[in-house]
Design a protein around this ligand. Structure first.
Ligand code: NDP
Ligand code: GDR
Length: 341
């Protein structure tokens, strides 16, 4: 029998790569979608024709219970979140509700549908749960690289909400013996990345300038350093974590770190442009509190899961610039659902 997976956040970057990966592994894949007329659902229908959809919202406990009852999944991947860090200052309460409390609601839906109670003791229930934790939980780091034992010091309402979800997942594992794990994923990108995140903002900016559609690119803090990998590689890691013999948390990243300035240099360079002629530093794009340096130590994932990234930073940047040049040269709109390669 094919394993059955339920993915929240199916309309997002990671949801699409994970769904493709699970389908290729023979899974029956279900995606949770919210809203009455969510424009991003047509993108899923076009790209992921074999995925079945079920309605639900991380803000609505009853809808999650109904979705789990209907799908009867073997594995649940909780990728749904408000994921853009600057938005978490503007809508801190909503971020806490979706990105933080949404984890509680999903875990409760699994617990209730599986008939798990504290009295039944550890090990009850069969549904395996993956939580999309984030390197943003490390925040202001005192040690680098960061591994599974590095203390958290989140620097945004988003990071705080993710830290709540992370500890709650651990707590359900310890309280109820559930197979519930968190992947602490560092930044991962692709041609399907949302246009507001810095890598995609830069690749789209480069393409617009190269094609004569723009003359400048406005950016915030160029000194921040991130460990950037390819989203397709990280989707593989999510599945591997749920196939492990024991439920454990893993750091997933490349182990290399680059500054936003180096990202900009590489992206403009890939299109044969000199970034210094076009990039404007805009103080209004700086964050109230910044995460200055992230760099993963993915040794545990490498040795225990056999996971390795396959796309280098340079390849990733070139892939994104090339994809956006093709998209914009063909008259495509990055905000339309037809834009996903
Ligand atoms: P995206 O922003 O691309 O996707 C977010 C998804 O969450 C969308 O499908 C969105 O659906 C869904 N969503 C938002 N609100 C709700 C809600 N109330 N109920 C149900 N679903 C909702 O994120 P990514 O794909 O990049 O990331 C996936 C997950 O991994 C997120 O949790 C993110 O925080 C986390 N993460 C991402 C990293 C990265 O570098 N990409 C690194 C570490 C963690 P809709 O179409 O309805 O808006
Ligand atoms: P991040 O990603 O906050 O790390 O969260 P983002 O790409 O938004 O920012 C990375 C770094 O770039 C700096 N920066 C800018 N960022 C944006 N978006 N726009 C700009 O113009 C700009 N200029 C400089 C930022 O200050 C920051 O330091 C992502 C999300 O996917 C989270 O959901 C996820 O958990 C983490 O990665 C790991």
């Amino acid at each position: 029998m094919a394993r059955r997976a339920l993915i929240t956040g199916i309309t997002g970057q990671d949801g699409s790569y994970l769904a493709e990966h699970l389908l290729s592994e023979g899974y029956e894949v279900w995606g949770l979608v919210r809203g009455q007329a969510n424009p991003r659902v047509s993108r899923v229908r076009r790209l992921l024709q074999d995925v079945q959809l079920v309605r639900g919202d991380l803000l609505d406990q009853g809808s999650l219970i109904s979705a789990v009852e209907k799908v009867q999944p073997d594995e649940v991947y909780n990728l749904g979140a408000i994921s853009f860090v600057p938005m978490s200052w503007e809508q801190a309460e909503l971020t806490a509700e979706v990105t933080g409390m949404g984890v509680l609601r999903m875990l409760e839906a699994i617990r209730v549908c599986s008939g798990i109670t504290a009295a039944r003791g550890a090990g009850s229930g069969q549904i395996r749960f993956y939580q999309a934790s984030s390197s943003e939980m490390f925040g202001q780091v005192r040690e680098t690289p960061q591994n599974e034992r590095t203390p958290f010091h989140p620097r945004s309402p988003y990071g705080v909400a993710k830290t709540y979800g992370h500890f709650l997942t651990q707590n359900y594992r310890e309280s109820y013996g559930m197979f519930a794990v968190s992947g602490i994923l560092f930044n991962h990108e692709s041609p399907r990345r949302g246009a507001e995140f810095v890598t995609r903002k830069v690749s789209l900016g480069v393409a617009r300038i190269k094609l004569g559609l723009a003359t400048e690119l406005r950016l915030g803090n160029l000194e921040a350093r991130r460990d950037w990998g390819f989203a397709g590689d990280y989707a593989r890691a999510m599945r591997l974590m749920l196939q492990a013999a024991e439920p454990e948390d893993y750091v997933i990243g490349t182990g290399r770190t680059q500054s936003v300035r180096e990202l900009v240099e590489a992206a403009f360079g890939a299109a044969g442009l000199d970034w210094e002629r076009y990039v404007v530093c805009d103080q209004s794009l700086h964050r109230p509190a910044e995460v200055d340096l992230l760099c993963a130590d993915p040794k545990k994932a490498r040795t225990q899961l056999g996971w390795e990234p396959t796309v280098s930073f340079e390849e990733l940047v070139a892939m994104m610039v090339e994809s956006d040049l093709t998209l914009l040269a063909g008259g495509g709109d990055p905000h339309q659902d037809s834009s996903w390669p």
